[in-house]
Design a protein around this ligand. Sequence first.
Ligand code: ACO
Length: 433
Amino acid sequence: MADTLTITDNRTGKTYEIDIKDGTIRADALRKIKTSDDDFGLMTYDPAFMNTASCRSAITLIDGDKGILRYRGYAIEDLAEQSSYIEVAYLLLHGELPNEAQLRKWSHEITHHTFVHEFLRKSMEGFRFDAHPMGKLVSMLGALSTFYPEAKKVRDDKTRRQEIVRIIAKMPTLSAWAFRHAVGRPYVYPDNELSYCGNFLNMIFRMAEPRFEPHPVLERALDILFILHADHEQNCSANAARAVGSAETDPYCSLAAASAALYGPLHGGANEAVLHMLKQIGSVGAVPEFITGVKNGSGRLMGFGHRVYKNYDPRAKVIKKLAHEVFEVTGKNPLLEIALELEKIALNDDYFVKRKLYPNVDFYSGMIYQAMGFPVDMFPVLFAIPRASGWLAQWQEMLQDPEQKIARPRQIYTGADLRPYVPMSERATKPAT
Ligand code: ACO
């Protein structure tokens, strides 16, 4: 049996044989299918990349039918239980878990790049009091590129590594300051004695105490949430990081683009929608009526369903357990009972079972963040901090892949044919719009 595809073009009667590798055919192999010598050749049409692999990647594997997520071959459940986010960031970027000496060096490097230039602090102060923290983060990432002009040497291994360290180190600082600015509190500088997440909590919550002591349960919970959010293969924002980076744009601007993609409600904003939904339902007793409404088409059960997962999102399982641990410390989020009842009813209801709709990562994460004291508009920022390591791993892999070039899709032109230019005096008068 040959690993090929035979295609007969019924326009010409010609037959072509195309290689199949890794369950795919190369789109450019179709170019030889032509109706005449000056025909451009056959293209594929795939809006939103629904059935197109844009790269080869060795970073993250998702098997949506089985509910599997792995980073570099390691199960997400094992990493969440036994690793730290900093270790996972190393794994994503280097392909292997660090040994003790490598981890010590990596942590030291990240810890000692957490400070940002004072001019950047002044830029942050220029935002209006009600500016969304995600808009501020996107701007600050772009602004960082102006402080490190050498970052544009993206083909230089040493420079690339330096900028990767800087970005992972500075994400929590910029994010925390975006929050402090919004609530009118003084910015807190990094405390390099604390862990990555401990220091982030310090920069978010510290008030007058001489030394901020993060609660160990909350510090670890945040670390686990960061592990779960670190990468998710070719999602919208990773694709943005790769596409913008393919122009050899520096990593700060490439990640500003990725953060902008994450900002969209269809990507990083669903956990906020879950909270609004739970509030709107209001009580456990109102859950059956809400479910009936969803089944009758009046809205969706937010935090349920996924384009890729057609089984329980493995991250949701970890987060559900984590929620109980966090609520032991913070007190129970009153919305939890409603969420549990929703999940129980939905998982036993034919409508959801038939459509393979299971809780996704967003179903419980918002409740945890809220219980920890984060306002809703910080949720996408909390997503962006750990996802930076995934974006950087994807960006680096793209640069090192000899098959990749500047990302430049084709189009099917649907506009007018060539027509004579119309002078202003002859144009039809239409009211100004
Ligand atoms: N509640 C009720 N019905 C749903 C839901 C839901 N949450 N999700 C899908 N369905 C139904 C659809 O109505 C459709 O039913 P039909 O076949 O009778 O028309 C069927 O299930 C398939 O749905 P699609 O919209 O085709 O699935 P798609 O893969 O395009 O959508 C998505 C995936 C956008 C995540 C969807 O499930 C959804 O809107 N969920 C709620 C929002 C959410 O939680 N988003 C977070 C995703 S995780 C992340 O991005 C980090």
